[in-house]
Structure formats: structure tokens, C-alpha cells
Design a binder for this molecule. Sequence first.
Ligand SMILES: Cc1cc2nc3c(=O)[nH]c(=O)nc-3n(C[C@H](O)[C@H](O)[C@H](O)COP(=O)(O)OP(=O)(O)OC[C@H]3O[C@@H](n4cnc5c(N)ncnc54)[C@H](O)[C@@H]3O)c2cc1C
Length: 437
Amino acid sequence: MSDTIYTEEASLPDPRAKDWDLPDRTDALIVGGGLTGLSTALFLSRAGRKVTLVDKGALGDGASGRNGGQLHPGHRQDQVWLTERLGEPLADTLWELGEQAVALVHQLRAELNEDCGFQPGLIEAAHTVRAFDASRHYADHLAERYGVETEILSREALAATIGSTRYVGGVRDATGGHLNPLALVEALAHAAHEAGAVLHPFVRAVHHSRRSGRIAVTLAGPGGDEHEIEADNVILAGNGYLAGLEPRVENRIMPLVNHIAATNPLPKALIPGGEAVSDTRHVVRYFRQDSEGRMIFGGGESFGRPPADVAAFVRPYLLEVYPDLADEPIAAAWSGTLGITRTRCPYIRRLDPGLYAAGGYSGQGVGLATFAGKVISDAIVGDTGTLDVFSHLPVPPFPGGRAFMSPLAALAMAWFAISDRLDLSRRGGEAAGTSAP
Ligand SMILES: Cc1cc2nc3c(=O)[nH]c(=O)nc-3n(C[C@H](O)[C@H](O)[C@H](O)COP(=O)(O)OP(=O)(O)OC[C@H]3O[C@@H](n4cnc5c(N)ncnc54)[C@H](O)[C@@H]3O)c2cc1C
């Protein structure tokens, strides 16, 4: 791991298996060592299963260790859309599961004795009057239906709260917050290792096939040597990085590259209450000052290769919100790939007997990915209730599947940029609002 600021803070000992010493058989093979995979490994190991986890890179070096760290309650798709599509009972259950996801992160932080630099509070900043109206209506809906307490911030109040006059108003929500995501990854990796899971970074899963009731997976090691492992259960937790392994997943989860820049610790608290902020654009700007006072600012997205100079790419977005930081050097800048779905609903499924997939959190995975690991673990040990709920979420393939994602993503991004300028709503709809968080 190299380019994020989070590495400096990840001081836990490395729990990873060092050698190319993979078993021939395992109860569960997990493909992907991000929050989804590590959480699955933790809960399955605790349930007494023999767990082998592989990641083609370093653990947590996918989206999980490079994201904005914002912990949002609820789902990326809003409750109004979910209610219209799925009916009230299911939408209400999903809301409750979203709450459980946030609670699980807090429970793990407490249990694993890892505070992860958590700071409470989230603000949605509206970039237009119309977006502010929509945010307020949605806040009213959440208050009425789910008792969510929020605070409406006028233009002036918001400016004092986030140190920027760029927005027309906002909504503060005290239930979410933000944290160092790599610290959470490391805590989960540690705990999974201690619970008995064997974690193999730099091992890629290249192929899987069914063999007499089990699943055979071909793995490739760092030197290119191959090894075959048979598993009763295989969990595909590769999200936006999963390529060439399972078309049903890859046709539904589009990889999208997001970019973040971080300053050195600033002399002043621009956001004195310590909240994290995300705005109402389709191409979301999201930012926070961490416990050290560094401004961590996400802005802009792309498909395929990240820009050569990520700092230069993000800087205009940062200065649009904080023009006074024009002379502030960028201490670190990095990109990461998230997985989005057409409906922005996560894809958490049993694909075949013994074969599971989880991903497509559409920029809201800090809580949901951690939770998905528990959901899949529960299903494998016999409690399929929550997995069944997620299976009801509509997650259609992208038209033309993987082959057409590149032109489709380019078109979508152009459309989102235009929509932001035309002030079209971000709430609801298919594949609307792509970015993290
Ligand atoms: C820049 C950025 C900012 C974001 N900000 C936020 C935020 O503020 N709040 C929020 O909630 N969410 C945010 N997200 C989204 C969030 O990070 C993700 O939803 C979440 O981390 C997904 O976790 P995961 O474990 O499913 O996937 P990942 O963390 O991406 O892990 C997948 C892993 O699978 C491995 N892999 C893939 N294929 C294979 C294979 N064939 N063999 C072996 N290993 C394989 C990859 O190497 C990777 O390590 C952001 C994402 C990005 C990129």
C-alpha cells in the first residue's frame, strides 16, 4: 500500500499469511480482502468454519482502504424509491438493516478496541435551491416515517458549520459520522486472523467451476504458479475490482474510479463540529477534516485508468468549495475503484448453491460492506433471513453487460455533469448519482 494517508496511521501488526502455502480444501474460500471479504472471514471463522481468504493485492488496498471514510445510515438508494418499488414493509425492513449496518461498525470498533478515529455527524450540503428543497423534504420523510432527527441549516448556518459559502443550505444528521477506513480494515483482518481465518494477499482467483458438490477455484500466486482449491462455499467479494471471474456479478456491478486529495493538518478547524460533508451533486463532492485536522476531499470520477496527476485532478473541486486553500499543498492524492449498480441497490446474493456474491454498494459501503459479510456468514451457517431480504432488491444487468460498460460509463458521466449544471434531481431513478460516498 502506498499512496493514501491512511497507511501512516495503520499501525497494527500484519496478520497476513506469508507463504504460498494454500490448502487443497477449505470450508469457505473468500475472494477479496476488503471490508466485505474480511467481515465474512471474521464471522465465518467465529462460527467454526475453516476460512481461506485471497486477495490479488494487499489486504484493504481496494476501495475499503482508500475511501472517504463516511459512515452513512440507510442506503444509497433513497427510501421513497425503495417504498415505491418494493412496498412499505420491505422498504422499512431495509431501513432497519441500514441502521444495523451502522450499529455493527460501532459494535466492532468497541469489541475490537479500535476507535478508527471516528467522529460523529454528517451534513448533506445542497448545491442549488431546488436540491435544498429536496433534501428538506427527504429529511421530513425520514423524521415522520423512521423518527430520524436532523437539523436544517440555512445558508448562513451551513457556511459557519463547514467554513464554505459555496452551498445554499444543508441538513445535519447526527447518526452517521466518519472514520479512518483502513484502521477498520486492519481491525477486521486482525480479528479474522485471530479467529482462525488464513489470509493470503497477492493471490488471485482466476477461475471457478463446480465439482461433485463443491466448487473448485484456480488460484494464481505472485510468481504466476497455480494452485487448485476446493471449497464448500465461495464468496465473491471483489466488488469493483472483480474482473473475468463471474459474469453475473460483473454485468451488474460497474467499476467507477473516484479520487481523493488530502492536505497536511490545517491550522484551523474549517468544520468546527467535526462533521463529514457530502453534497447533492450527481458527481458528489465529499469532504471532512480528520482527527489530525487534514482536509480529506473527494471530487471527480472517471472510468478505467486514474488520471496521471490525481492531486491536479482533484484540486479544482477542492478550491471550488474552499478557495482559501489555494496555497495549501496537497500532501497525498489517490484513486480507488468502487462498484455501482444500475439501481444503486447493493448486489448481495446466493448465485448458486455454495456460491455467494456481495458488492455494488454504489459508494456507500463502509457500513453495508461490513454488514454484508455478516449477512453472508449467517446464510452459510443456516440463517438466510437477511440475505433473502437483500435478494429482493432489483439489480438488473447493465445493457450489453461488461462489454458496453466503458462507453456507457463515459455517457453516464457526461450526463451527470450536465445534470449537475441543469440542476436535475439526484434522488431516485436508475443509475443516478454515481459517486462516493
Ligand atoms: C475513492 C472512494 C471513496 C469512497 N468513499 C466512501 C465513503 O466515504 N463512504 C462509504 O460508505 N463508501 C465509500 N466508498 C465505497 C466503499 O469504499 C466500498 O463500497 C467498500 O469499500 C467496498 O468494500 P469491498 O470489500 O466490497 O470491496 P473492495 O474494498 O474494493 O475490495 C475488493 C477486493 O477484492 C480483490 N479482488 C478482486 N478480484 C479478485 C480476484 N479475482 N482474486 C483475488 N482478489 C480479488 C481486490 O484486490 C480488492 O482488494 C468509496 C469508494 C472509493 C473508491
